[in-house]
Design a protein around this ligand. Sequence first.
Ligand code: ADP
Length: 393
Amino acid sequence: MSEALLTLNAGSSSLKFAVFDADAPSDTAEISGKIEGIGRAPVFSARTADGTALDKSALETLDVAAGHDQLIPQLLTWLDHHLAERSVVGVGHRVVHGGRNFSTPTLVDDSVLQQLEALTPLAPLHQPHNLAAIRAVAAWQPDLPQIACFDTSFHSTQDRLAKLFALPRALSDEGIIRYGFHGLSYDYIASVLPQHLGARSQGRVVVAHLGNGASMCAMKDHKSVATTMGFTTLDGLMMGRRSGTIDPGVILYLMQSKGMDAAEIETLLYRESGLLGVSGISNNMQVLSSSPEAGAQEAIDLYCHKAASHLAALLPAIGGLDAIVFTAGIGENSAAVRAAITNRLAWLGVELDARANAANDTRISSPASTVDVLVVPTNEEAIVAKACRQVLA
Ligand code: ADP
């Protein structure tokens, strides 16, 4: 029986997992699943590669208030049951922040774990859960190799100007620079671009990863040249709950005139802003799209306006635009958001085929469009599994 690789992707309120064949270099997981709604009402689902749903037996009833720390061990017990005699030879983790020290997939030991822990303030919604998953696996099978794969790695090709803030040099030297995130998703999209664009895939491409967290990456020759997220996962686009870029003077005002402390501002910017804050209704695009409230439409309009503005601002770095690729939950599923963003970019020669867009086809640009517009599902797990195979080899 072939050996297996497990990938874990612990998000702010979700835990995604996938099981791959350790030897066959396939992007398709044999089993994949997730626990969603962590902290509110966790719901588990899992399926095989052909879409067959797997039963939840061997999974204890999920406690409504359970956090990642409690749910990960429950998931590992479920996996023990479903993998039966098959041995897992390595576990790959999506880790959001690798800081300055980690830019390639890294075998985790105590020292690595400690250094990753120190980066928690830079990604407070994700890093603690990523590390909780590593600890839970160490308790499950202490000798199992664990490989951390970083969302920051893909952006290590950017030149110095793309990374610098206009801050005193000493602060940049200390590591207060733009890192960029969602790199596993961009890495996957870059790897499949030739299938969709042929030689044009080496051109000037902007990938829009629009999920709960959202960012864009401007690529040339499949490499990251510029991206919208920066030092933390707060920068750039408006997101489900995060503000994205705001005038830094607002933060000073909140502190000086409204007496807010750092923890309160962190909560405001990471959890209470974005689609949720503007709409006053929900952080969920699907919920907002079907809401008749004016606040919901205004939040969607602002989201699309900011997305188009950020996309345009990336273009000087790559010298123009050959293709836009939409990916992640909103990018893959919301025809209305894709249309609202690309309509604002018509002056660049972007034109959608309305029928293809409504059908979520892969190519959604019209034949007259000078820019190719694609919808490509992301697969961060495939990149993690590939990195694990390489590290373990
Ligand atoms: P995460 O960043 O947590 O992995 P996802 O990539 O799953 O998130 O994206 C979640 C977002 O995708 C939510 O805002 C959800 O409403 C949105 N979404 C999913 N399906 C649709 C749809 N059919 N129409 C509009 N938005 C959708």
